[in-house]
Ligand binder design. Structure first.
Ligand SMILES: [Cu+2]
Length: 129
């Protein structure tokens, strides 16, 4: 019978694997090299899904700004009204809403709040104008 058996050497090997790169929507570090333009007069909404394999938890952190977080994206009221960091388990999703209306124009970083992930590509910047 085909399938994965408990104690299968291949399964144990797979569970020890690690991600070599991390990316937001695209290739590693893309939004560091190509900042995302943000019109500060308009609100920003991010639909965030953790699709990372081999790591149990991923996260999102924004510099110099707070956001409202709607865990799973299924409620009209935010589950966290004012956060600058959230964590998601594998396959978890949520919606972030933030505004740069009262911010100076400039570059504002966002990244995983796990240093290893950020160093391997999970970081970017908003170019607030
Ligand atoms: Cu940071």
């Amino acid at each position: 019978m085909a399938g994965i058996r408990h104690g299968d050497e291949r399964l144990r090997h797979d569970l020890r694997r690690r991600n070599e790169v991390y990316a937001v929507n695209t290739v590693a570090f893309h939004y560091m090299k190509h900042p995302i333009p943000v019109d500060r007069a308009r609100p920003v909404r991010i639909y965030l899904s953790n699709l990372v394999e081999f790591d149990l938890v991923n996260s999102f952190h924004s510099h110099a700004n707070f956001f409202a977080y709607y865990d799973t994206g299924t409620t009209l009221e935010p589950t966290l009204p004012k956060a600058d960091t959230i964590a998601q388990v594998q396959g978890q999703q949520g919606i972030l809403e933030l505004s740069y209306t009262d911010h100076e124009p400039g570059l504002y970083m966002f990244h995983a709040h796990v240093s290893e992930f950020a160093e391997l590509g999970w970081m970017g910047v908003f170019d607030v104008r």
